[in-house]
Design a protein around this ligand. Structure first.
Ligand SMILES: Cc1cc2nc3c(=O)[nH]c(=O)nc-3n(C[C@H](O)[C@H](O)[C@H](O)COP(=O)(O)O)c2cc1C
Length: 311
């Protein structure tokens, strides 16, 4: 298989509009939705459609990039039930979240807290793999561990034995949070131990990082998260050797995104969403910092749009 570029799931940030925008300008092979929290029931279809409106159109973004639905939970039975529900609604595959560090999720033993229990990882992986039609992939996303970076081989092997089809590894522990570095070389140990594809994730901000991450992890597939928001054509710079976008191209994207966000059902969240995106763009573009300071105190959509249009 040729090397793939995957757009990471990012709750509260990478919604369907952002997936549309980023897949239009980048050669992504796959997107993963924000997580759907599963507790103790089969969730109604509207929950899946809200997080993944692409279900209405073949579960791909408008340019045809497949979208996989991510589930987060701790109970194998209900995860399997909701995986079936997602597939019946047209999902292209299921991704299991074992990396979320959020306190509420971890208190109820979901997300990263399961990294302390490889047997439960196995049970969940197996129940979901058995439930999902054989032609649809089941993947999982893990961190290297909970408090330390010791359990990753045991956890990866448990998930592979459960029959999952691929594994994305955010190369840090939960305790590491999002602090650099990402421990890419540790993922090479997972890569060597498993026969399923392993995807390297974490701290890839430019094409040079992507090269280093691939070399150090021995993975050919790469998942991009914050870097893809900081440099909107990051995936194109990695795969097609295209120059990073200049600020004026980014402004055009911001305007495009603004009109879509406002027209869509999330219009009320627009001021927060655009500020959040600018907080990532600031990492690559000093102009984004200036713009962020200009709009920081604005709470009305029209005021923000006027500021953008005047750039
Ligand atoms: C705001 C935010 C939201 C995230 N939401 C999710 C999520 O819903 N599911 C998930 O598996 N990972 C989630 N992550 C983790 C990312 O997918 C990714 O693993 C992490 O950011 C490391 O990659 P990066 O350094 O390229 O950003 C989130 C990260 C951030 C910063």
């Amino acid at each position: 298989m040729t090397a793939r570029l995957i757009l990471a799931p990012m709750e509260g940030v990478l919604d369907h509009l952002m997936r549309d925008l980023l897949t239009r300008i980048n050669p992504f092979d796959l997107c993963v939705t924000e997580f759907i929290r599963v507790v103790d029931m089969r969730l109604p279809p509207r929950v899946f459609y809200r997080l993944c409106p692409e279900l209405h159109s073949g579960c791909t973004t408008p340019n045809g990039t497949p979208v996989r639905i991510q589930l987060l939970g701790q109970d194998e039975h209900w995860l399997a039930e909701n995986a079936i529900q997602a597939c019946e609604l047209g999902a292209n595959g299921i991704d299991l979240n074992f990396g979320c560090p959020a306190k509420t999720v971890n208190k109820s033993r979901g997300g990263a807290s399961l990294l302390a229990d490889s047997e439960q990882l196995y049970r969940i992986g197996k129940a979901v793999r058995d439930a999902v039609p054989a032609h649809l992939p089941v993947s999982a996303k893990i961190r290297l561990g909970l408090e330390d970076r010791e359990s990753y081989l045991e956890n990866s092997q448990a998930l592979a034995e459960a029959g999952i089809n691929e594994l994305a590894v955010h190369a840090r522990s939960k305790k590491d949070g999002y602090r650099p570095p990402a421990y890419w070389p540790m993922v090479a140990n997972i890569r060597a131990a498993l026969s399923i594809p392993v995807v390297i994730n974490g701290e890839i901000w430019n094409s040079e990082h992507a090269k280093q991450a691939k070399a150090q992890s021995q993975c050919s597939d790469v998942m991009l998260g914050r870097g893809a928001l900081a440099l909107p054509n990051l995936a194109a710079t990695i795969k097609d050797n295209i120059a990073p976008m200049n600020w004026y191209e980014v402004v055009a994207l911001l305007l495009d995104y603004s009109s879509q966000e406002i027209a869509g059902d999330k219009g009320e969240y627009y001021p927060n969403r655009i500020k959040q995106w600018l907080s990532y763009l600031k990492i690559q573009y000093p102009e984004a910092n200036t713009l962020f300071r200009e709009i920081r105190t604005l709470t009305h959509t029209d005021d923000i749009r006027r500021t953008l249009a005047a750039l």
